[in-house]
Design a protein around this ligand. Structure first.
Ligand code: NAD
Ligand code: GLY
Length: 361
């Protein structure tokens, strides 16, 4: 097992990464705030892994909420079911919420923890690759709004992250690829050597070689932990973790939540960001070729969905948390392993880049 730390002073917390951690009481129990807990999971993950977590809790009194599965249920209405149960069962400020599932369950449970009685403890037990390398770390929590992805939420850190890599064995191939998109992101934004490693080892990841997956998760979490420690509330460099996300969130919202997986939309979004970066003269063609080739090898789509026009793209992209004083800012590439956040571009050139990506259809 590897243990990394997200260094946030008094709110620092460990990320445990390894095989078989789900059933280990010693990972979970020291991080409970008080005597009670509530596990939040969904109808897909609960039948697979809930009992293991309940066993790890042992004598700790706890309740369970099982939510419907899917991005379309990442809403305030569904989050309210957690509050209903917490109140009906008289949970007080000493309780701990335990998120058992992918990024949807982690984001919604974290936000519920941030809100319930103005804040109770929570623990992340991510069970998708995407959640293990990204969403469970760093304290971004929230839900979607029909008009914009992740638009309602809070920065709220967990007490610990328990990433049991054995859970990835039950993930379907499409979800695995979606998680790999976020892994590729870390290489593109700040680690060319890691990108090279991914180019060497993509097939091992797709075959779920435990050693390769363990390394990719550890390297990704290390980068994320460093970025979050330096800029918890995204005043600066944390925004780089959003490479491809402004295009990607537009795809997710425009296609209807759940039709494109988050990681798939981010993959296409990174290809679109590369296209725009080339047009701005910041990225050379050879580097763009590396980006697209690696995304393709990860079995990720590069072509935006047919129903999105350039107008709709621009409209959806205007609802983005990086918009500042009405001005759209994007994460773009200045090379492999080098990215920047900028609003310094001509809107007509952005339109042309989107049109070029749409014409790949
Ligand atoms: P998800 O939570 O929808 O999980 C994907 C699917 O896999 C679901 O059907 C789920 O039930 C199933 N599943 C989960 N674990 C499984 C397992 N071990 N075996 C079999 N099936 C399993 O999606 P995701 O890709 O994990 O997360 C995407 C969400 O995360 C999006 O809402 C995105 O906005 C959010 N996100 C948040 C952050 C953040 O920093 N908070 C970062 C990236 C993404
Ligand atoms: N997933 C982007 C971030 O955590 O900042």
């Amino acid at each position: 097992m590897k243990t990394l730390t997200v260094d946030l002073g008094e709110r620092s917390y460990p990320i445990y990464i390894g095989r078989g951690l789900l059933g280990e009481p010693q990972r979970l129990l020291p991080h409970l705030a008080g005597r009670r807990a509530m596990i939040v999971s969904n109808e897909t993950v609960a039948p697979l892994y809930l009992e293991r977590v309940r066993e790890a809790l042992g004598e700790v009194p706890h309740d369970v909420v099982v939510l419907p599965d899917g991005e379309r249920y990442k809403t305030l209405e569904v989050m309210n079911r957690i509050f209903d149960q917490l109140l009906e069962r008289r949970h007080d400020r000493g309780t701990t919420l335990i998120a058992l599932g992918g990024g949807v369950i982690g984001d919604i449970t974290g936000f519920a923890a941030a809100c319930y009685q103005r804040g109770v403890a929570f623990i992340q037990i991510p069970t998708t690759l995407l959640a293990q390398v990204d969403s469970s770390v760093g304290g971004k929590t929230g839900v979607n709004h029909p008009l914009g992805k992740n638009m309602i939420g809070a920065f709220y850190q967990p007490r610990c992250v328990i990433a049991d890599t054995d859970t990835l064995n039950t993930l379907d191939d499409r979800q695995l690829s979606a998680g790999i998109a976020e892994v590729i992101k870390y290489g593109l934004i700040r680690d060319e050597a890691f990108l090279g490693w991914l180019e060497e080892n993509m097939e091992r990841l797709l075959e779920r070689d435990p050693e390769a997956l363990g390394y990719a998760i550890e390297r990704s979490c290390r980068i994320k932990a460093e970025v979050v420690a330096a800029d918890e509330r995204e005043a600066g460099q944390r925004a780089l973790l959003n490479l491809g996300h402004t295009f990607g969130h537009a795809i997710e919202t425009g296609a209807g939540y759940g039709n494109w997986l988050h990681g798939e939309a981010v993959g296409t979004g990174m290809s679109m960001a590369a296209e725009f970066s080339v047009r701005l003269g910041w990225l050379d063609e050879a580097s763009r070729g590396r980006v697209d080739r690696l995304l393709e090898r990860a079995r990720l789509p590069l072509i935006p969905p047919a129903e999105l026009t350039v107008e709709r793209f621009l409209d959806l992209m205007a609802v983005d948390k990086k918009v500042l004083d009405g001005r759209l800012r994007l994460v773009l590439m200045k090379g492999i392993g080098q990215s920047l956040v900028t609003g310094d571009f001509d809107p007509a050139s952005l339109r042309a880049a989107i049109e070029a990506c749409l014409s790949r259809r």
